[in-house]
Each structure stands twice: as structure tokens, then as C-alpha cells.
Design a protein around this ligand. Structure first.
Ligand code: ADE
Length: 260
């Protein structure tokens, strides 16, 4: 996967790309990251990349010409390439979006600043606009790093253990179960006995129930989209969770019907 990042703050990316899993993925050639300074493509002698908005108003708008020139300087692009603008106005970036984007060969992240980018650039060159959450950052750089990290770890061979990604929180629509390690007893509290039993089926059941309980407690909105298998429904019925989930999903359905 090739990531190309267009930014006016290229230094921003120096340290985060030199740590942990991402550093190893870069060294092993699993990902390539190009950081491109938009300012180098500014057309005037002051190297301006932003200007006052037509019609007045606060802040500054990113000029279209340096952005377009920087993008064109990347040269020929593979067919499976996507230009993504990071902005608080975009669609929400989540695990499903990370999985979808991990299929591309090249992702080009445009880091917006100020009050946004000139709409004509967006219209002509941007394939999609993404937001990492309902808050406003000082720019798209952190959002680009978040997306790069979440997408990279889904690529083959990037995580040390190939099996960790499918068990992530969100990948099956639920939050991940709780984790314990040594010591068996910490400050008087023992780790759940079943995890030390060696009974893998019982452990899987325990973790599944825990996942559902955590999701019910912290992110009930996620349960709306989860399809449980007949075996999972049996486990949920036994642990008394199925009724709670059905009541919740029905009330979410009624809420959205009333809103719609
Ligand atoms: N730029 C500023 N805020 C942002 C957000 N929430 N997501 C993506 N890019 C942004």
C-alpha cells in the first residue's frame, strides 16, 4: 500500500512514522509513505497556500492551485487509487471504512487546514471526504495519521500475529472482550478462573458473552448492525442477554422510524 500525504506541515509526520508497528511495516516495505509539502507548489513569491474567503468571513481557505499542482506532481497513479480529504465535514471514518480502504493500492490524503479547501479543488480532485470524529482538530494531519495507522495494521503481514486483526473491537461489530495476564491474583483480585481452565470452547463462550456485555454497556448503538449466528443466539439466551438485546434493537428501530 502506498500512502501519499499532502500537507503544509511535513515535519508533523517524522516521529509517528518512526515507532512500533508502522516503523516495521515501512522497513519491511509493507507500506510506503510519501509526505509532500504543498507549500513547495505555491505559485506566488510569498509561497501562499491559503487566502481570505470570497464573500468575507473568518479564517483562511486553502488555495486550489498549490493543492492541484502537488497532486499532479505525484505522477501516474494506479487504477486502485483514492484521493481522500480529511475534514470535520467528511463521513465518519470507522473500522468498516478502514477495511474498505485497505483494498486500495494507493491512498492520497489531503490534510485540510484553516476554514477548509477551495470547493473547486474538492469537486474536481477529491474522491471522498473523511472525518475521524465529531470534534474539530487544528488540521487534517492527525486525522491522516489515525487513518494510516488503522488501515496499515489490516494489511497482510503488518501485525506480528496475523490473527490479531480479525479479533479487534469493531471488526465483528462488537467491542473486544477484557484481557488478563500474570499475576493470577492482583491486589486481591483473581483473573477469571475459566481463562486458566485450558477449555478453549468455554473460554471462547466466556469472551463472546463478555464482548456482548461490554457492547451493551458502552456502545449499544453498535448492536443494531450485528447478525448473531444460531449458536451465538443460544449462548446469549442462556446468559440472559438475548432479551435485553432484542428490546434494545427494537427500541432503536422505533426511534429511527420516528426520526425518519
Ligand atoms: N480536520 C479538522 N478536524 C477534523 C476531523 N474531526 N476529522 C478529520 N479531519 C479534520
Amino acid at each position: 500500500m502506498i500512502f501519499d500525504i499532502l500537507t503544509i506541515f511535513p515535519e508533523f509526520f517524522a516521529s509517528p512514522l518512526q515507532e512500533g508497528v508502522i516503523r516495521r511495516a515501512l522497513m519491511e516495505g509493507k507500506i510506503k509513505v510519501g509526505v509532500h509539502n504543498i507549500r513547495a507548489f505555491a505559485v506566488d513569491r510569498h509561497q501562499m497556500t491559503d487566502d481570505r474567503p470570497f464573500g468575507g468571513g473568518e479564517g483562511m481557505v486553502m488555495k486550489p492551485e498549490p493543492l492541484a499542482a502537488c497532486l499532479k506532481a505525484l505522477g501516474n497513479r494506479p487504477a486502485a487509487s483514492r484521493v481522500i480529504l480529511l475534514s470535520p465535514k467528511g463521513e465518519r471514518f470507522n473500522q468498516q471504512a478502514a477495511q474498505r480502504l485497505a483494498e486500495f493500492e494507493q491512498l492520497i490524503f489531503i490534510c485540510g487546514r484553516y476554514e477548509g479547501v477551495d470547493e473547486r479543488f474538492r469537486d474536481k480532485y477529491v474522491d471522498e471526504e473523511l472525518s475521524i470524529g465529531d470534534y474539530v482538530l487544528t488540521g487534517g494531519e492527525l486525522a491522516a495519521l489515525v487513518a494510516l495507522d488503522a488501515i496499515s495494521r489490516l494489511l497482510p503481514g503488518v501485525l506480528g500475529c496475523e490473527h490479531s486483526a480479525p479479533n479487534d473491537s469493531f471488526s465483528c461489530g462488537l467491542l473486544k472482550h477484557k484481557q488478563y495476564t500474570r499475576p493470577r491474583v492482583f491486589e486481591g483480585t483473581a483473573a477469571p478462573e475459566v481463562l486458566l481452565s485450558g477449555d478453549h470452547a468455554a473460554i471462547a463462550r466466556h469472551r463472546f458473552v463478555e464482548s456482548v456485555e461490554l457492547t451493551l454497556e458502552r456502545r449499544p448503538d453498535l448492536l443494531h448492525d450485528v447478525q448473531f449466528t444460531p449458536d451465538e443466539r443460544k449462548i446469549l439466551r442462556k446468559s440472559g442477554l438475548l432479551g435485553r438485546i432484542e428490546t434494545l434493537v427494537n427500541s432503536q428501530r422505533n426511534d429511527s422510524r420516528h426520526e425518519g
